[in-house]
Design a protein around this ligand. Sequence first.
Ligand SMILES: Cc1cc2nc3c(=O)[nH]c(=O)nc-3n(C[C@H](O)[C@H](O)[C@H](O)COP(=O)(O)O)c2cc1C
Length: 377
Amino acid sequence: MLDRPASMRDRAAMYNTNTLKIGMFGANCSSGRSATKVPERWSASWPDCLQMARIADAAGIDFILPIGRWKGYGGDTDFHGATLETVTWATGLLAATSRVTVFGTVHAPLFHPLIAAKEFVTADHVGEGRFGLNIVAGWNEGEFSMFGVTQRDHETRYAFAQEWVDIIKRAWSEPDTFDVDGEFFQLKSVRAFPKPHGGSRPLIMNAGSSGTGQAFAIRNCDAFFTATSLSRTSLEATAKKVAEVKETARGLGREIEVYSVGQVICRPTQREADDYYQHALIDNADWGAVERMLTLRGITPENTAPDEYAAKRRYFAGNAIGGYPFVGTPDKVANELAGLGQAGLRGIALSLINYVDELPYFCDEVLPRLARMGLRT
Ligand SMILES: Cc1cc2nc3c(=O)[nH]c(=O)nc-3n(C[C@H](O)[C@H](O)[C@H](O)COP(=O)(O)O)c2cc1C
């Protein structure tokens, strides 16, 4: 096992031939991606995370993507108040699994790049080439002030992230001692060994939504995650977005894959799925947490008309936190996922309200349907 090949192609394919990759998103954070008060909401405890990862690994789920989060959003549940640090979490999960790719999600301004590069190498050796890196440039002011770190302006954040990832890549690849004389880092006689597993490097992803964030992903990353342009009626918009990102990358001589995110509520009947969606995400929403997240994005009752604010609140609870909701029978969920695959998306990172309770049904019912549609083997 230790000398398993790990070319960039193997890593990007996540060591399988599935054309539509399916991932689990947000399981390291309490309540996952659902600001709900239902008692079965996700705990994010280590035993629960481990069980989720083992189910995912055995069923052929392709990747696991955590959220880099340091501080809860308040509300009755303190949504995301308890989170496991993502690189140490990924390392533990990689040691306990054998097929699934596990990402760490790292805020570049909070981790020295040489410490980060070595943590990633360590995780990658534990996982024999299955570690991936999600780079976050930063957006949440309150999290940064907790560290005593001042958030840079938006453009400078990405200039910093560029220097940061350049150093990481050099630490992963430079055969000799090297110096860095940059705008943000001056490093002398750097030595970084061992290199990542198998003579290549971990997959890198970014999920910036601005033009600058997208340009950063296209220049540096293997995967670009977008939360936008997903809806039942916008397969065309998705296809256009995917084509645009890939084309821009090719212009730079690079290949990039486009992924998206969503939330699944899959039940034997549409009625059961709709009822649970209403019950968990609307009737039992943690509105205090939803409102706090809106405030962080600059949307308040003071600056938004009452009707518009109510619509945003409802939308955010039922959709935007978990991403596009795939709610319905296995046939419906599989068909919607397949449509996105056919529109060119390489994969989708999904969240569930309780990953351990709901993942087996998803894997038993939805994955074989995707296989029958030719998107997975
Ligand atoms: C799939 C996905 C995953 C993300 N993961 C995190 C995360 O774990 N932690 C975080 O602080 N921000 C996360 N973000 C936010 C983005 O990294 C980015 O900061 C945000 O989309 C704003 O884009 P911009 O930096 O281009 O303005 C995520 C966004 C998406 C769509």
